[in-house]
Design a protein around this ligand. Structure first.
Ligand code: ASP
Ligand code: MG
Length: 485
């Protein structure tokens, strides 16, 4: 049985976590009999590598040195802690040091050039996974498994869209079959770098941030795996963020379509692209918890069992900004809206939600907070003249968040959407903007960020989702409401 197991950055965030992951893999019944491992860089590593590269390009040498020193120290302390008294320790220490010297050389050439291309960024970001595969493979050998680290630059062939490269499946499949299958036949456990890949000519690319899930799905598809398991740090896909709602429940079985919808609304245990290669190949996908490995987690399949429990889920995203552009009089018009959205799209800024009000003469845009200042600059450039003449106004209004209720058809006879609207009214949440899916089973609200925790908790309880409650019973009387659009 071939199972691809993917572990993310937090699962290998410390020596202790590396050891826990190595225990999970080495105790798995399929170990040495078809288990394939895909691993991300240690948490924070990819961000640090990238900040180091920007610092190098800006000539901030001190910041650059601090980052390499911290990366070196963190990886070395993991190696020293895990391999104390182990014959492999010295070789691993030397190897980590040599990779970091190579990174330093790379940073200094970026410094000389004074510019950082997307190609350069991918080259830099690839260092994190190269370090973690080597450490995890050694930890598995320590536990008696015949593990071997593999670089996905040799296995996954992509186009040259740096930072979000697209895999070429026929070539990738051929390489995976040629390199990985013989290892599996010999009882070897391949430990493959997540996130990174290469073009046909061998130039390093990456699959997009958070792309290790995607790697696992590509590897699963290319090897005709029986299952792909994504190991996270929660018990699968839940009815709400367990940090906000301790009583959140696991959605035990989902269809591919339902999982894709949750991923689309921002359920961050799953990368939206991940789903595609597994759907195309009909491979079951499991989301498991590396902190609680015996929990069954979530199973995602083409056709779930007809008698499974079906529940809606609440997905919340914080760290957003509300930006408003419009006119003081009634000059604001539809072409203005089109112009704003076009300019932002050309600048590659994701608008997560927008609402347009002609009575207010403005367009409200929801963007990620880290893109706020770039968004304002792009709009300033696009509407420079109107802004200067005082015809239009532009400002970042407030910290915002989105809360989506992703329903399942037929779950509640009153409709998930109208139920959610009523609940928000009772809770007193101020709704800034609304977007509703045409299916009428899902709805997204933009609300002030400081109301997220109470709103999500209230919605969870009110929709009857708290553990132990019957899902069709409401905890509070909710007045009947017509569908609000
Ligand atoms: N290390 C990569 C990132 O931080 C890939 C991943 O974690 O999935 O984006
Ligand atoms: Mg992830």
């Amino acid at each position: 049985m071939t199972i691809v197991h993917k572990f993310g950055g937090t699962s290998v965030g410390s020596a202790e976590r590396f050891a826990a992951v190595a225990d999970i893999i080495s105790q798995h019944p399929d170990i040495g009999a078809g288990a394939v491992v895909v691993v991300s860089a240690m948490s924070r590593t990819t961000n640090q590598l990238l900040s180091g590269a920007w610092a190098a390009a800006d000539g901030r040498e001190e910041a650059c040195r601090r980052i390499t020193a911290e990366l070196l120290q963190r990886h070395l302390s993991v190696v020293n802690e895990l391999f104390e008294g182990d014959p492999e320790r010295e070789e691993l220490v030397e190897w980590v040091q040599s990779r970091l010297r190579e990174l330093e050389r790379l940073y200094s050439s970026i410094g000389v050039l004074g510019e950082l291309t997307a190609r350069g960024r991918d080259h830099v970001m690839a260092f994190g996974e190269q370090l973690s595969v080597k450490i995890l493979a050694a930890a598995l050998r320590q536990r008696g498994a015949d593990a071997q680290p593999l670089l996905a630059t040799e296995l996954i062939v992509t186009d040259d869209h740096f930072e979000s490269a697209v895999p070429m499946m026929p070539q990738t499949r051929a390489r995976l079959q040629a390199h990985v299958l013989p290892l599996l036949a010999q009882g070897v456990v391949p430990v493959i770098t997540g996130f990174i890949a290469a073009t046909e000519t061998g130039v390093t690319t990456t699959l997009g941030r958070g792309g290790s899930d995607y790697t696992a799905a590509i590897v699963g598809a290319g090897l005709d795996a029986d299952e792909v398991w994504i190991w996270s740090d929660v018990n699968g896909i839940l009815t709400a963020d367990p940090n906000l709602v301790p009583g959140a429940r696991t959605l035990r079985e989902l269809s591919y379509i339902e999982a894709a919808e949750l991923a689309y609304y921002g359920a961050d245990v799953l990368h939206p692209k991940t789903i595609r290669p597994v759907i195309e190949n009909g491979i079951p996908l499991r989301i498991k918890n590396s902190l609680d490995p015996t929990d069954a987690g979530t199973l995602i399949v083409e056709t779930p069992k007809p008698n499974r429990t079906r529940l809606p889920a609440i997905i919340s995203t914080t760290g957003l900004s509300l930006i408003a552009i419009g006119s003081l009089d009634d000059a604001w018009s539809l072409p203005g809206v089109a112009r704003a959205l076009q300019a932002l799209s050309e600048a590659g800024i994701d608008v997560l939600m927008f609402s347009q009000s002609f009575s207010e003469h403005s367009l409200n845009l929801i963007v990620r907070r880290q893109e706020q200042s770039r968004c304002l600059k792009v709009l300033q450039a696009a509407f420079g003249e109107e802004l200067q003449r005082g015809r239009y106004s532009l400002d970042a209004r407030e910290r915002a968040a989105t809360v989506s209720v992703v329903g399942v058809p037929g779950w509640n006879e009153r409709g998930t959407v109208s139920h959610a609207f009523a609940a928000l009214g009772i809770q007193g949440t101020r709704v800034i903007a609304v977007a509703q899916a045409a299916t009428e089973t899902s709805v997204s609200f933009c609300i002030p960020e400081d109301q997220v925790a109470e709103t999500v908790c209230f919605l969870h309880r009110d929709l009857g989702l708290d553990e132990g409650l019957d899902c069709r019973l409401h905890s509070l009387p909710v007045p009947a409401v017509e569908h609000v659009r």
